[in-house]
Write a new protein. Structure first.
Length: 684
């Protein structure tokens, strides 16, 4: 009996001498169909004394004969069965010897539709294998993803040799799962299972327990392909528990190697099997599997090299980005260091006196006069009154007096008299005994006692109440302090440095500050000029404060270009250095690599120096002429350049891009030349 099967355009001719031929999707059928519309055991063709019959086995989609669904029906030569996507033609009078068959009727019409010539079963399978192998080769050439490549190799091998399951194992430095079924000491598999697939293109779960590790080791050690038509009865596998437990029948396993003929190491193995059918594979199938393995070795090696090249390129790209980032950070650090060095050079280039005033940034003539005063004050031990507007740095002056004087090894204690009510201020200054008032659970030393031998800085002393002034005066006169709630008097030796933004002399005249206390604290006096009276210090202060703010926020310091410095120098800064410090903190967060004018506060952009001769449009609300606007910009640029160059006209002219003679003419034009201008020290 000859049976012709046409499924998905592929024709297969079979000659079977059996009384029963089973048809279905399962592997144990005589005719195996791949369509999902076919049941695992769909139908059968059987022969008895009454003839040949087609019998449906209760399939879900049914079996069609002559266009009718059947359960059991007689077959005649040339009848056409329709099962899923396949058509099956039965011929009872086919001659032996592989001769071709002449068909007629419905069978001939079905074969004409697919346009295929009638071939022998062997020739048809060879042709189909060539098509599968060609398609697999194209996939191996195109695919660069290693996982998809390995899956295509296994699927192609299963299709070529018509195996039930396939496994691809590779040599990798990864922990292996143990094949506990083997009796050879239950050693771990020498190779790692990378892909495990079934004939229906599904992944096999827990693949290590589904194949024989002993067979894999045998192929890896011997470096030769292996074929077994009935593994359970094969003497080579006697004692392998995994072969018995898995009930293996047909098995093939071939090595993947760089070059076995020249001693290359085995990189992996390709393993396929059929657990239900013996003699499912033959020598020609083993040769096909070897060809697939050879192609797979080359494809895997190429894919790995491509993957390594991509990883190397990514590492190089990441290294390049890291180098760019490091260069950028280095450039910012260099700019920060240049700014700091510029400040240091300015500090070293001026007359700062005999003591260390590096904490006070500035190079103006007004600040130099302050340093000259400090040189004389530090040598004495008399009380000092520091007067100046809020934010001018009065506490910095107090610290400079203390830490440069004879008391520098003792305590420096400070208190803001305006920040506390009388009761708390008295407790802070004089201390209190335990139980002196509600909440006084333990005794506390006052600031006067804590500062014994050192310096007590009383900020905003002008805001102290009359009662507190009287108590403080008594301590300063007697040199003794008595804690609240205590009868014990303690001798103290404290240098008093007082500070106020108010005019204490005026407060004395108005009766709001005790005259006797005024003379106690006003023995030596330091007047701090506001920032608007020492504009040449603004660039230095801005650079130093911006660098400090950037360091506090862990950011690189931005560059302050000329036009920004000009805007900063043109502003009056009613909050003085404290306001400038807040502005720099704001810029450290908002600005990027370079500060632009739009980053500045609106108040800084709109204000003009109070000493300017012309009134700006922003201040008056009137729009001036272009000539006035240009003159105003030119004057402010000159002021900023002189400020950044510490009054050096030659360097300022070079910075502005004009000659020193032209700069002098413009100074005279705008009335910017001061009577005490001196010659530049760096002029030729």
């Amino acid at each position: 009996m000859k049976i012709t099967v046409v499924e998905d355009g592929v024709r297969t001719d079979l000659e079977l001498e059996r009384s029963v031929v089973t048809i279905g999707r399962a592997l144990d059928n005589d005719i195996r169909l791949a369509s999902s519309q076919v049941s695992r055991h769909h139908c059968r063709i059987e022969t008895d004394s009454d003839g040949v019959w087609a019998l449906d086995l209760g399939s879900s989609n049914g079996t069609m004969l002559r266009g009718q669904r059947i359960t059991r029906s007689p077959l005649e030569s040339g009848d056409l069965l329709k099962i899923g996507r396949a058509t099956i033609t039965v011929d009872f009078a086919t001659p032996r010897g592989g001769e071709t068959q002449r068909l007629d009727g419905a069978a001939a019409a079905a074969l004409a539709e697919v346009g295929l010539q009638t071939l022998t079963g062997e020739a048809q399978r060879e042709r189909e294998n060539l098509r599968v192998f060609a398609r697999l080769t194209r996939e191996l050439v195109r695919e660069s993803d290693v996982t998809r490549l390995l899956r295509a190799i296994v699927d192609g091998a299963l299709l070529l040799v018509r195996a039930e399951r396939g496994f691809l194992l590779l040599d990798e430095a990864l922990p292996m799962a143990v094949d506990a079924a083997d009796s050879e000491g239950a050693q771990p598999l020498p190779l790692k299972v990378r892909i495990a697939r079934s004939h229906d293109r599904e992944d096999i779960p827990i693949p290590t327990s589904r194949l024989s590790g002993g067979i894999v080791r045998s192929v890896q050690d011997s470096r030769t392909p292996l074929l077994s038509v009935d593994a359970e009865r094969d003497p080579r596998f006697s004692g392998m528990a995994s072969v018995e437990d898995l009930r293996l029948r047909s098995v093939m396993c071939v090595p993947l190697a760089t070059s076995l003929e020249r001693g290359g190491r085995v990189e992996g193995v390709l393993y396929v099997d059929n657990r239900l059918q013996e003699s499912a594979f033959g020598p020609e199938d083993l040769e096909l599997l070897r060809l697939v393995a050879d192609q797979a070795s080359l494809a895997i090696r190429n894919a790995r090299q491509l993957s390594e090249l991509r990883e190397r390129a990514e590492r190089l790209s990441a290294s390049g980005r890291k180098i760019e980032l490091l260069n950028e950070q280095l450039g910012r650090k260099v700019r920060d260091r240049d700014s700091e060095l510029a400040v240091v050079r300015q500090e070293l280039g001026r007359e700062r006196g005999r003591y260390d005033y590096t904490a006070i940034v500035g190079a103006s003539s007004g600040l130099r006069r302050v340093f000259q005063q400090l040189d004389r004050i530090i040598e004495s031990d008399l009380p000092v009154l520091v007067q100046g507007e809020s934010g001018t740095g009065k506490e910095l002056i107090a610290r400079a007096i203390h830490f440069n004087g004879a008391r520098k090894d003792k305590a420096f204690v400070s208190e803001n008299c305006a920040a506390l009510p009388d009761t708390l201020l008295e407790s802070e200054l004089f201390g209190h005994a335990r139980g002196a008032f509600t909440g006084a659970h333990r005794a506390k030393k006052g600031l006067l006692e804590q500062a014994d031998g050192g310096t007590l800085f009383l900020d905003e002393i002008g805001d102290m109440s009359s009662e507190m002034q009287k108590k403080l005066l008594r301590v300063l006169q007697e040199g003794e302090v008595r804690a609240i709630g205590s009868e014990e008097r303690v001798k103290v030796d404290v240098r008093i440095i007082a500070a106020s933004h108010r005019n204490l002399e005026q407060l004395v005249r108005e009766g709001r500050f005790r005259e006797d206390l005024y003379y106690r604290v006003h023995v030596l006096k330091v007047e701090l000029p506001p920032l608007r009276e020492r504009r040449e210090d603004i660039p230095l202060l801005a650079e130093a404060l911006l660098t400090r703010a950037a360091r506090e926020t862990n950011r690189p310091a931005a560059i302050l270009p000329r036009e920004v410095l000009a805007a900063l120098a043109a502003y009056d800064w009613p909050g003085n250095v404290r306001e400038l410090e807040n502005e720099m903190r704001r810029l450290a967060v908002l600005a990027g690599d370079e500060v632009r004018l739009e980053h500045l506060s609106p108040a800084v952009l709109e204000r003009r120096p109070a000493a300017a001769g012309a009134t700006s449009a922003s201040a008056t609300g009137d729009v001036g002429s272009i000539r006035d606007a240009v003159a105003d910009l030119e004057r402010r640029s000159i002021e900023a350049a002189l400020a950044s160059c510490s009054g050096n006209k030659s360097r300022a002219a070079k910075q502005l891009g004009i000659s020193r003679f032209a700069l002098q003419r413009k100074l005279d034009k705008y009335g910017l030349a001061s009577p005490d201008d001196s010659e530049d020290s760096d002029e030729p």
